[in-house]
Design a protein around this ligand. Structure first.
Ligand SMILES: NC(=O)c1ccc[n+]([C@@H]2O[C@H](COP(=O)([O-])OP(=O)(O)OC[C@H]3O[C@@H](n4cnc5c(N)ncnc54)[C@H](OP(=O)(O)O)[C@@H]3O)[C@@H](O)[C@H]2O)c1
Length: 229
């Protein structure tokens, strides 16, 4: 077993690099691309999102296609992957779809001082994991590997993307560019400020480009572990 899962970061952005609006959820992809994302979800052991995405979008994070759910079940897996989130404040609603939808295991990583509050609030609906003084994504992914996660999908938001990318934990980036502008600097971006391993002096490897209706999928190989289809 590897000491961290193969990690695939999936995100859709506007032409001007935003992943939502300041006020409301923004659906950037089209139906064909949502179906592609569904297939990627079905191929993973766990899906991770930040707590702000849980609060803002109330995502279900389930495999939608009945056929894909059945295929997973036939392989002895849960119909949908494990769900994982991370929070410092532990202010998450146990009634959020993240917790109530689907039978797969739900994990909540938080720093030690928040564990008590998180277990009080979420103990009945999730496994709360003590992430130590500060939850480091490298430690988190090592812990996920120990729990049997070999393939991890990271689905936002920008705060979480930034940590995975700056910590050089992403093997593959799937970036979808949608033909819209957001044009509001208060809106969330794909990433926030940080020291990224890729720059003018060390360019990322573009592995594939695919048009899907009115959006374009860019696949970047960000590590030697990149797995082409
Ligand atoms: N277009 C897309 O593909 C896409 C996908 C997903 C999300 N989004 C959008 O992204 C936006 C949310 O992004 P965001 O950057 O604001 O937030 P985010 O990354 O979803 O979540 C940030 C939160 O996660 C927790 N967190 C992050 N790192 C942590 C760490 N190391 N230790 C402990 N807790 C940690 C904190 O939660 P607490 O505040 O609870 O402490 C933090 O406030 C939403 O507007 C959503 O619609 C877009």
């Amino acid at each position: 077993m590897r000491n961290r899962p193969y990690t695939l970061l999936s995100c859709s952005v506007s032409i001007d690099g935003y992943i939502g609006t300041a006020a409301e959820r923004l659906l950037l992809s089209n139906d064909a691309d949502f179906d592609r994302v569904d297939a990627v979800r079905a191929s993973c052991d766990a899906i991770l999102v930040g707590a702000q995405t849980v609060r803002a979008d109330n995502p279900r994070l389930l495999v939608r296609s009945p056929r894909r759910r059945e295929e997973r079940t036939a392989r002895g897996l849960a119909p949908s992957p494990m769900k994982v989130t991370v929070t410092r404040r532990a202010q998450l609603d146990a009634q959020a779809a993240f917790f109530t939808q689907g039978d797969a295991e739900k994990l909540v990583y938080c720093p030690s001082p928040s564990v008590g509050a998180a277990r009080t609030r979420l103990g009945p609906v999730a496994t709360v994991v003590d992430g130590g003084g500060n939850v480091e994504m490298r430690t988190l992914t090592t812990d996920l590997a120990a729990r049997g996660v070999e393939r991890l999908m990271v689905e936002g938001g920008g705060c979480v993307h930034t940590q995975f990318l700056t910590d050089d934990l992403v093997d593959e980036l799937q970036l979808v560019v949608a033909p819209v502008f957001v044009g509001d600097s208060d809106a969330p971006r794909f990433v926030t400020d940080g020291r990224f391993p890729w720059s003018a002096g060390r360019r990322a490897t573009l592995a594939d480009v695919r048009q899907i209706g009115d959006v374009v999928l860019l696949r970047y190989a960000l590590s030697a572990r990149f797995q082409p289809d």
